[in-house]
Design a protein around this ligand. Structure first.
Ligand code: PHE
Length: 453
């Protein structure tokens, strides 16, 4: 058997797992999804979901991974000999490709924006001009695909390097740097004239606008942002050595990810209001707002490119974790070499990203239920595949192998017995039932047709 490698330290694991969690989901997606869903109430619902469903399922993934030291398919096979449960692992591989198909497109935009902001192309406070430039870029039939290809190649390159060389090293210094830059930008955004309205929007709940639609988007966002429901955290957990405390690490990862998401909201939404823009305008929000912030900031010409470099790297440490799920399976279960399967998976991801990118431009009139290819992929992954995957993982850990899970939960720290019982209750009952209720009521093709709605 090949040597699978391990994280070099607990800190190394936390940084790598936080690197997976922190990415476009926090900085590109969270602010616009919160903006579209009314701000404050979305934030509270999001936080509640992270602390309950999110935490319990993250722990389930980490514990299963660490206990088996295997990829998701192998892990579930090892814990239980039945033939159905490993399907969770196979579904995770499919989900990884679904997410990669659009993740590399948006990540490609961040690469392009490094150059655009460094050359001063975006140095204007004219919101319409910035909006126009963004639209012209993402609808171009070729340029975004070239950047997506470049980004996919970078992802493959890191994954080929193996966990502790490629992954861990890139996260150690860059994550803290991103954090500092986000704080600086929060301060700039909050001190813009008229920023108060945005602060208010983001922090004051407006319950009258909350529907199951809001809740399902908050739940999907939590799964997406924490990299849950498809085996990523299980895979990362499988590289933790068996004597280190997973609970503490899991707690750190959740805290860091949530902190960055909330800070991203503070960085974007006050500026959006200060500039009189529409918080509900969708995926372009971060890309249109931030250049305008940089244009009004001393040193903006340096901060701009620096920010997009760090964002691209944050996206890279996430896309790497998506590809790693695929690679770990082929390496562990089928005995392929890391290099070959990573390159093959990278080629597939690149081919799938082409329709996503074109669906924003020349293929924008090919839609299904009014959604283009990119939106369909995002909807499927975020609001359907990840929550269902998460529910299945919770049920597996809570009902199929509960005794072993509780033992493993406390393995690094025997004082955790009490918490383990609470956790078991969550993965057995609270989380699966809550996910089911939200899915049934919140899915647009299901919820409205239920007799009680
Ligand atoms: N959590 C990552 C982000 O927020 C995306 C991701 C989802 C990564 C699922 C791995 C698995 O950008």
């Amino acid at each position: 058997m090949q040597d699978r490698g391990n994280w070099s330290s607990k800190f190394g694991f936390i940084m790598a797992a936080a690197g997976s969690a922190i990415g476009l989901g926090n900085i590109w997606k969270f602010p616009y999804v919160a903006g579209k869903n009314g701000g404050g109430s979305f934030l509270l619902i999001y936080l509640a979901i992270v602390a309950t469903i999110g935490f319990s399922i993250l722990m389930a993934e980490l514990v299963i991974g660490r206990a088996t030291q295997r990829n998701p398919v192998g892990a579930l096979k090892r814990l239980q000999s039945g033939k159905w449960w490993p399907l969770i692992g196979y579904a995770g591989i499919v989900t990884a490709f679904v997410i990669l198909s659009y993740y590399v497109v948006v990540a490609g935009w961040t690469l392009a924006y490094i150059g655009k902001s460094a050359t001063g192309l975006l140095a204007t406070t004219d919101g319409d001009a910035l909006g126009g430039m963004f639209t012209a870029f993402i609808t171009d039939p070729l340029e975004p695909i070239v950047y997506a290809g470049l980004f996919t190649a970078l992802t493959v390159w890191v994954v080929v390097g193996g966990v502790n060389q490629g992954l861990e090293r890139s996260c150690r210094y860059l994550m803290p740097a991103l954090f500092i830059l986000v704080i600086i930008l929060c301060i700039r955004s909050l001190t813009l004239e008229g920023a108060g309205a945005g602060w208010d929007f983001f922090t004051r709940p407006k319950w009258e606008y909350v529907t199951f639609q809001t809740v399902i988007e908050a739940m999907g966002q939590a799964f997406f942002s924490l990299s849950l429901g498809m085996g990523t955290m299980m895979t990362y957990g499988s590289y933790i050595s068996r004597d280190s405390d997973v609970v503490e690490s899991g707690f750190s990862v959740i805290t860091l990810d949530t902190l960055i998401a909330v800070l991203a909201g503070v960085m974007i939404l006050p500026a959006v209001f200060a500039f009189g823009m529409d918080p509900g305008q969708g995926p372009g929000l971060t890309f249109i707002t931030l250049p305008r912030v940089f244009a009004q900031m001393t040193g903006g010409i340096v901060f701009g490119p620096l920010f997009f470099i760090l964002l691209a790297i944050a996206a890279l440490t996430s896309s790497v974790s998506l590809l790693e799920v695929v690679t770990a399976y082929f390496v562990d279960e089928l005995g392929w070499t890391r290099r070959n399967c990573t390159i093959a998976a990278g080629v597939v991801a690149f081919v799938l990203c082409i329709p996503s990118s074109l669906s924003l431009g020349i293929w924008s009139d090919h839609t299904l239920f009014g959604l283009g290819f990119l939106d369909i992929m995002d909807f499927l992954a975020t609001n359907l595949m990840l929550p269902i995957g998460g529910m299945a993982i919770a049920l597996f850990a809570g009902w199929v192998v509960p005794k072993q899970m509780v033992e493993e939960f406390c393995a690094g720290n025997p004082k955790l017995g009490g918490l383990a019982k609470v956790w078991l209750f969550f993965i057995r009952f609270v989380s699966p039932i809550a996910i089911l209720i939200v899915l049934l009521n919140g899915l647009p093709f299901l919820g409205p047709y239920l007799p009680w709605n």
